[in-house]
Design a protein around this ligand. Structure first.
Ligand code: 9MC
Length: 240
C-alpha cells in the first residue's frame, strides 16, 4: 500500500489527526455540550458558506476492552451494521491494503434535509508508545476516516455527498497497575478514547436542525459503540 497514490495523504492526515486528538480541550475554544458519565462531548461552532460544520471532540474512558479491540471494531466493515445506526447501506469500494479500506455509505435521512452519502478512506494504525511499555500504558491505536474520490463512485444525484474527517484514537491503561505474576482481567483494562469529527453536510441543512441532530446523535453514537465493543469482547481472550 505504501505505493498507492493515496498513501502520502493517508500518512500525513493520520499523523495530523493523532496530534489534533491529543490536544487538550482547555483554552475556552471547545464548548462542552453533552456529558454522560465518563463521556464528555465538545463542539466549536463553525459555519462554512452558511453551512454548519461544527468540529466535534468527544473524550471518554471505558473499562473492559482494549484500544486495539475498540479501534478494530470501529474500522471493520464486517461489524459496522451491528453498532452504526446512522447508515442504511455500506459498500467497500476498495481494499487498498490490509489496514486501509475505501467505504461508500448511505446515511439515514435526517428530516427535513435530503439524504446524505459519504465516500471515504478508512485507515487503522498502531502507534507504538514512545516510552517502553512500563506495564501500565499500552500502545495507542487510531482510525482515521477522510472523504475521498473513487472511480467507482456512483455519483447518485439524489444524494448529497458529505465531506468528513474523523479520527478515533484509543489508549489502554492497566488499572490498578499490574502486580508481578498477577493475571490481567478485563476489569483492569481502562481505555481512554478521543473521537474527533468534522462533517460538512455538503448542501443545504438548517443550522438549528443540524445542531439539534448533532446534540442528539453523537452522544448516542459513541455510547452505543463503546458498549457494543465491551459486550462483544467480554467473553473473548484480551487482544492487546
Ligand atoms: O464516525 S464515522 O466515520 C463512522 C462511520 O459511519 C461517521 C459518523 C457520522 C457521520 C455522519 C454523516 C452524516 C451526518 C448528517 C449531516 C447532514 C445530515 C446527516 C452526520 C451528523 C448528523 C450527525 C450524526 C452523528 C452521529 C450519528 C449520526 N448522525 C454524521 C459520518 C461518519
Amino acid at each position: 500500500a505504501a505505493t498507492h497514490p493515496l498513501w502520502p495523504q493517508i500518512e500525513k492526515l493520520t499523523m495530523e489527526q493523532l496530534g489534533y486528538a491529543q490536544q487538550g480541550v482547555e483554552g475556552g475554544v471547545w464548548q462542552l455540550f453533552a456529558e454522560e458519565g465518563e463521556m464528555k462531548m465538545y463542539r466549536r461552532e463553525l459555519e462554512e458558506d452558511g453551512l454548519v460544520v461544527d468540529p466535534l471532540k468527544a473524550v471518554h474512558q471505558v473499562r473492559g476492552a482494549t484500544a486495539h479491540e475498540m479501534v478494530h471494531h470501529f474500522w471493520s466493515p464486517d461489524v459496522r451494521f451491528e453498532w452504526d445506526t446512522s447508515i442504511e447501506q455500506m459498500t467497500v469500494l476498495d481494499r487498498i491494503s490490509s489496514d486501509t479500506i475505501i467505504f461508500l455509505q448511505l446515511h439515514k435521512r435526517v428530516w427535513p434535509t435530503a439524504q446524505r452519502d459519504a465516500l471515504f478512506w478508512s485507515h487503522v494504525r498502531k502507534i507504538p508508545s514512545s516510552h517502553p511499555a512500563n506495564g501500565e500504558a499500552y500502545d495507542t491505536w487510531i482510525v482515521c476516516n477522510q472523504s475521498t474520490d473513487h472511480p467507482d463512485d456512483p455519483k447518485d444525484e439524489k444524494c448529497v455527498r458529505v465531506d468528513l474527517t474523523v479520527c478515533f484514537v484509543c489508549q489502554t491503561f492497566i488499572d490498578p497497575p499490574i502486580q508481578e505474576g498477577k493475571e490481567i482481567t478485563r476489569d483492569n483494562l481502562l481505555t481512554k478514547i478521543t473521537y474527533c469529527s468534522v462533517v460538512n453536510p455538503g448542501g443545504w441543512a438548517p443550522a438549528s436542525v443540524l445542531r439539534a441532530v448533532y446534540k442528539r446523535e453523537y452522544p448516542k453514537f459513541l455510547k452505543r459503540f463503546t458498549q457494543y465493543v465491551v459486550e462483544k469482547c467480554e467473553s473473548q481472550p484480551i487482544a492487546f
